[in-house]
Design a protein around this ligand. Sequence first.
Ligand code: ATP
Ligand code: MG
Length: 594
Amino acid sequence: MSSEKTPIPAGSNFIRAIIEKDLSQNKYATKKWAGSPGDAAHQDTGVVDVAKIRTRFPPEPNGYLHIGHAKSIFLNFGLARDFDGICHLRFDDTNPEKESQEYVDSISDAVQWLGFGWDNTNETNLYFASNYFDLMYRAAESLIETGHAYVDEQSADEMRINRGTLTEAGKDSPYRSRSVADNLARFREMRDGKHADGSMVLRAKIDMASPNINMRDPAIYRVRRAHHHNTGDKWCIYPMYTFAHPIEDALERITHSICTLEFEDQRPFYDWLLERLAEAGLLAHPLPKQYEFARLNLTYVVLSKRKLIQLVEEKHVSGWDDPRLPTLAGARRRGYTPAGFKLFTDRIGVSKADSWIEYTILEDCMREVLNVDAERRIAVLDPIKLVIDNYPADQSEDCFAPNHPLKPELGKRTVQLTKELWIEREDFMEVPSKGFFRLTPDGMVRLRYGYVVKCTGCEKDADGNVTVVHCEYLPDTKSGTPGSDSVKVKGNIHWVSVAHAYEAEVRLYDRLFKEAHPGEGKHEDGRERDFLDDINQDSVQVITTQLELSLKDAKPEESFQFERHGYFVADKKDSVAGKPVFNRTVTLRDAWQK
Ligand code: ATP
Ligand code: MG
């Protein structure tokens, strides 16, 4: 396994090179577009397409989008934007069983969240493949009429056996030489509900001896009595994906149909089918072309809808938007940002070779973007009390903390210093380990944006746990005053006034899987691993924290750097006005890489 990527200059990739060549050869200069998807007769009524290229993002609405889809979204919408083209959002909803409106809505949300849309000048390019069922049906009849398809009544087993193998040619079905009239009649009976589910299929008639098994008379229509979320019970036959997808592309006048590598072997059928339908006058030239790129594989996560559905349905996570999931809805709640995903997809590039990308690359991208975008705030995550014994009990003093070290124009905010403060438990050590420069008995440290304090001791409970730390402050040493440099200290710790703190729930998220390749390999006793075996049981910790008061006003989805800790976002779901809860997006440094 390698996380290497083919070196491609930023902003460039092999698909871009293909498009540049196509455009320089005026390949689409006379392509007509009638303003909506349709067959050749329809498109002929149109004008030369203003879109220089057309791409599409074609999710099946059978789950939520994940980080892998983000790669495809940036690629397809990005190419259209860069080449004066248009990218369609097409719901590939030809499979009736697993599709639902909830998924349609969540996919639309995710695409828009990433910064893309389907409303273009004079047209809305949001399509549902199921709206093409009539045209697909006509395409199937056309193939039958031209002798390129037949109804096969072999059993599924017979068909499998007769398909042959990689080294052995297949055998022709006994139904392969039926007449056109016979095939047409049978196919119509299939449509009219005269035949049981699975009893027969329509197959393309190509070549049972082809070295490419996908060309050995692939099935193109099957009988399936299932309710469809868009077309209801209108159909009891449904097109196969490999038949439907090229037709969808052609009806929408897609120029570059970009898909993942596993469809490479389907490309000959894609071209065969569209050429046959163009010959029959049903589809217009120029026909769409398919190009394949390597799908995103990311360590420590699973990017397969089937597995994500299992995690949600079996309640290993709280829902599709659980901040630990690699769904875009989850990543969003986690505080990952569209700009971070953009940086990530640019950085990993587009290649034709499958590889694994290290999860830390994604985290680094989020850190880089948040470092620039997020304001700083002070948060004590594991609070212990610090009492400044020589500070007046009734005094409260303004200290000034910069909102962003890289952006002085964002100014400073005021935080209050008082006698009693919250500090991090780990910033005090009664018996310091080597190299520990924070609070220790007799040690000195700077309270960030405040004074230098000298520790004088601590209080403990019956079990010996430290409950309160005591110190005295050095009045002349306040940050930002001339005396601030008079005493040199090695440590610098953050704090929040007890009287001015917002006690808040914070969720510390960690990786959902403890193995880089969940489910790969075998257990010690030889059993195959399941991805569920690799779930990290400690992937979330919910804590009660003491935050600076201004964080009480954080708006849902607002991100901050909690100084010395990392990036946190106000949860969009569980926060209420004046009482936000925070999710840790990513730590300041990678804790997994030793
Ligand atoms: P899964 O295999 O997890 O079910 P899928 O590929 O079936 O996902 P679709 O809804 O068909 O999901 O995907 C829509 C588009 O997103 C397709 O064009 C597909 O190529 C692309 N896509 C899906 N997963 C990835 C990935 N991991 N990396 C890049 N692109 C992807
Ligand atoms: Mg798919």
